[in-house]
Design a protein around this ligand. Structure first.
Ligand code: HEM
Ligand code: HEM
Length: 194
């Protein structure tokens, strides 16, 4: 079995490993779901039934995402992905790498700023009902500061995801290369991408 995060070089194809594919799609769902939930819940007027439920759900899945992304990042950094060497213009390859780096950065910073903001708020953070340690004290200015970052990063995340998805579909429908299939189960086995 290949020791890499992606690229099964033993069968000559350059696709991601099953673990990388599972992680990618779990995170894609988690992050997109969290963005929808975040934007939805902040628009609920105070006093709306279930408002607290949505906030706690958001915090719980956010903490889960925060822990999992650290594991994913560790795995990713210790199992490098082989790059597609021919057929892909250099600048798109570079742009894709930066898109991925920034996505990883946002996926780390977003849970951290959410947790920090909630730590400077009297409600704190509960993980599916279990109260977690607070990293701060009650301080409205710090809470708002971290929440502003949380909001800004969410906007950056949306922009990066839109670019990412458009680029993926361009590979699928316009370029018709095997890049999209690299991230699908059983994808590019029959054809080499390099
Ligand atoms: C419909 C939605 C999505 C599609 C079609 C898609 C497609 C892809 C494809 C085809 C790749 C492989 C690119 C390559 O081989 O160079 C990839 C990689 C990646 N995607 Fe997505 N993606 C989606 C959503 C997301 C979301 C929501 C995130 C994060 C918030 C994300 C984060 C990443 C990252 C970080 C990589 C790089 C993986 C690595 O090399 O470590 N993707 N995606
Ligand atoms: C992948 C992780 C996360 C994503 C994508 C995410 C996304 C969002 C988004 C889009 C909003 C709405 C922002 C706005 O329009 O102002 C939001 C709000 C919020 N998030 Fe997160 N979040 C994540 C993790 C967390 C975590 C871990 C916590 C705390 C433990 C948290 C706590 C909050 C709180 C309290 C708000 C509402 C703030 C307010 O009342 O204005 N989030 N989040």
């Amino acid at each position: 079995m290949s020791a890499k995060f992606g690229g099964d070089t033993t069968d000559g194809s350059e696709r991601y490993t099953s673990l990388a594919i599972i992680l990618h799609w779990v995170f894609a769902l988690l992050v997109i779901g969290m963005l929808f939930l975040g934007y939805y819940m902040v628009d609920l007027p105070k006093g709306t039934p279930n408002r607290a439920f949505y906030f706690n759900l958001h915090k719980s899945f956010g903490v889960l995402a925060g822990v999992l992304i650290l594991l994913r990042l560790y795995w990713r950094l210790t199992h490098p992905v082989p790059h597609i060497s021919t057929g892909i213009p250099r600048w798109t390859d570079k742009a894709a790498r930066w898109n991925h780096r920034l996505l990883y950065l946002c996926m780390v910073l977003q849970p951290a700023t959410g947790y920090l903001s909630s730590s400077f708020n009297k409600y704190g953070v509960k993980f599916f009902g279990l109260a977690l340690p607070s990293w701060g004290w009650e301080d409205a200015k710090l809470r708002d500061l971290f929440m502003n970052f949380h909001h800004l990063i969410s906007v950056l995340l949306v922009a990066l995801i839109v670019i990412h998805v458009l680029a993926a579909f361009k590979h699928l429908f316009v370029d018709r290369d095997r890049v999209f299939q690299r991230m699908l189960p059983g994808g590019a086995k029959e054809k080499k991408v390099v």
